[in-house]
Ligand binder design. Structure first.
Ligand code: GLU
Length: 480
């Protein structure tokens, strides 16, 4: 496919550290990553922490951890936007000196009233309230009156080609002159973002659609600064199951939450990458390399995508079964203490248990829960099921004792002998194999479903199997 974008590019991910890295932000980062990896160039991480009250250093760290965990590397940064405020102020002053911005002394109350009038009369703010004259500016500056600095928006339609949405245009009457310095001298988001994009030589701005209405302001500022206007790609929103914008309230989760829920980073990356983009052959599981090879901004749809937790869970299950064992184990380890498995030192058994259960668990948490049995001192059986087994074989306790003896004494304890011994005993005492298989599973796991019993016994090992069987035989004996 011919790429929409020729590299090398310089892209950026520019989160505001006011909360955890959310799925929407993570997807934006992933698309920037895919583009940068696909065509070459650099990925800049810029933390937009100028809103001091809402920004938090811990969040800045969390965001970086979230990105690193999900598998989005950055080439440059993290840069803190707050370190660059002097630069932004200087640029604002330069715009003023060049006659492209002006001081505005109107109070918020005056502005609100003007806006209301403009709305009622179908007029623009500008037509109702011209810029202050030079004399007025001088007089009020001398009086020390508070003011903001406004950038004069051009009187013409602003057009740009969005790589996702196509041609976009904004008529001049929709654009108010733009505040670039607040009355306390602090630069606004619009000024900071454009200054940084210029200084960091960003060529492609890939961000959420919620920024589309900001883009005419940014385009005008880029032009005023004599800079090249970068290409834009605005990504459609991600909606919740209720078809409303995904937000914390509607159950949007942060990358951190998915990590804690036992989702694999590879699965989250894969799922989010395909939320709004798909490769030509509609494959749903792709390695990062495959995604990079196939990625094209031109294939991103312009309609919103719905975040589907079941699909994520399905994707995760695919990775749970297919990841190299070593990698899976590394991701699993943090979940072991939660199941009381922090002291597990039998690596061999751990690996075998993980191999046996990995395709039966949807996430790491579930997997850790499933393999707990292989390291448990005692297994608690289910009474109702145990009584049911007794109706199939009233001499169950005795038979389980014999099975334990035979397992204990067996010359070899491998898959074949484990099965042979059990089936042989069933034949000998005249019960169906199932009448021993189900209780043995109960003895070893406490539940009725799981992997093949013989596999399970083999992984459990001789010592634990015999111990659990004897304890369960006693339990069943007491029931009858
Ligand atoms: N800091 C902005 C945000 O977190 C992003 C700005 C941008 O991408 O241009 O929404």
């Amino acid at each position: 496919m011919s790429p929409v974008v020729q590299g090398p590019v310089r892209v950026r991910f520019a989160p505001s550290p006011t909360g955890y890295l959310h799925v929407g932000g993570a997807r934006t980062a992933i698309y920037n990553d895919l583009l940068r990896q696909a065509v070459g160039g650099a990925f800049v991480l810029r933390i937009e922490d100028t809103d001091r009250e809402r920004s938090d250093e811990a969040m800045t760290r969390q965001i970086q951890e979230g990105l690193a965990w999900v598998g989005v590397p950055w080439d440059e940064g993290p840069f803190l936007q707050s370190d660059r405020l002097e630069r932004h102020r200087t640029v604002a002053e330069e715009l003023l000196a060049a006659g492209l911005a002006y001081q505005d002394f109107r109070t918020p109350a005056e502005l609100a009233e003007l806006r209301e009038r403009a709305h009622a009369e179908g007029a623009t703010l500008k037509s109702l309230a011209p810029e202050p004259s030079e004399e007025e500016v001088e007089r009020r500056l001398a009086a020390g009156d508070p003011h903001v600095l406004r950038f004069r928006m051009p009187e013409e339609t602003i057009r740009f080609r969005d790589l996702v949405r196509g041609e976009v245009e904004f008529a001049p009457e929709t654009q108010e002159d733009l505040v670039i310095l607040r009355s306390d001298g602090s630069p606004t988001y619009h000024l900071s973002v454009v200054c940084d994009d210029v200084d960091m030589e960003i060529t492609h701005v890939v961000r959420g659609e919620d920024h589309l209405s900001n883009t005419p302001k940014h385009v005008a500022l880029f032009r005023a600064l004599g800079a090249d206007v970068p290409a834009f790609a605005h990504l459609p929103l991600i909606l919740g199951q209720d078809k409303k914008r995904l937000s914390k309230r509607t159950g949007a989760a942060s990358v951190e939450e998915f990590r804690e829920a036992g989702i694999l980073p590879q699965a989250l990356y894969n799922y989010l990458a395909l939320l709004g983009w798909s490769p030509e052959d509609d494959r749903e599981i792709l390695s990062r390399e495959e995604m990079i090879a196939e990625f094209s901004l031109g294939r991103i749809g312009s309609s919103a995508s719905v975040f589907d937790p079941d699909k994520l869970s399905w994707t995760n299950a695919q990775y749970m079964s297919s990841l190299p064992l070593e990698e899976l184990l590394e991701h699993l380890r943090p979940f072991l203490p939660g199941e009381g498995l922090e002291g597990v030192d039998d690596e061999e058994r751990l690996r075998e248990a993980v191999e046996l259960h990995r395709s039966r668990a949807r996430d790491l948490r579930e997997l850790a829960g499933q393999i707990r049995i292989y390291f448990a001192d005692v297994i608690e059986p289910d009474e109702a099921l145990s009584r049911k087994y007794l109706t199939k074989d009233p001499e169950l306790a005795e038979h389980l004792e014999i099975l334990a003896d035979r397992y204990e004494e067996a010359e070899t304890f491998d898959l074949e002998s484990i099965e042979e011994i059990l089936r042989g005993l069933a034949d000998e005492v005249g019960v169906k194999a199932g009448a021993l298989i189900h209780p043995t599973r109960m003895a070893l796991t406490g539940v009725k479903a799981g992997p093949s019993l013989f596999d399970l016994v083999a992984v459990m090992g001789r010592e634990a199997t015999v111990r659990h069987l004897r304890r369960y035989a006693e339990y069943v004996g007491d029931l009858s």
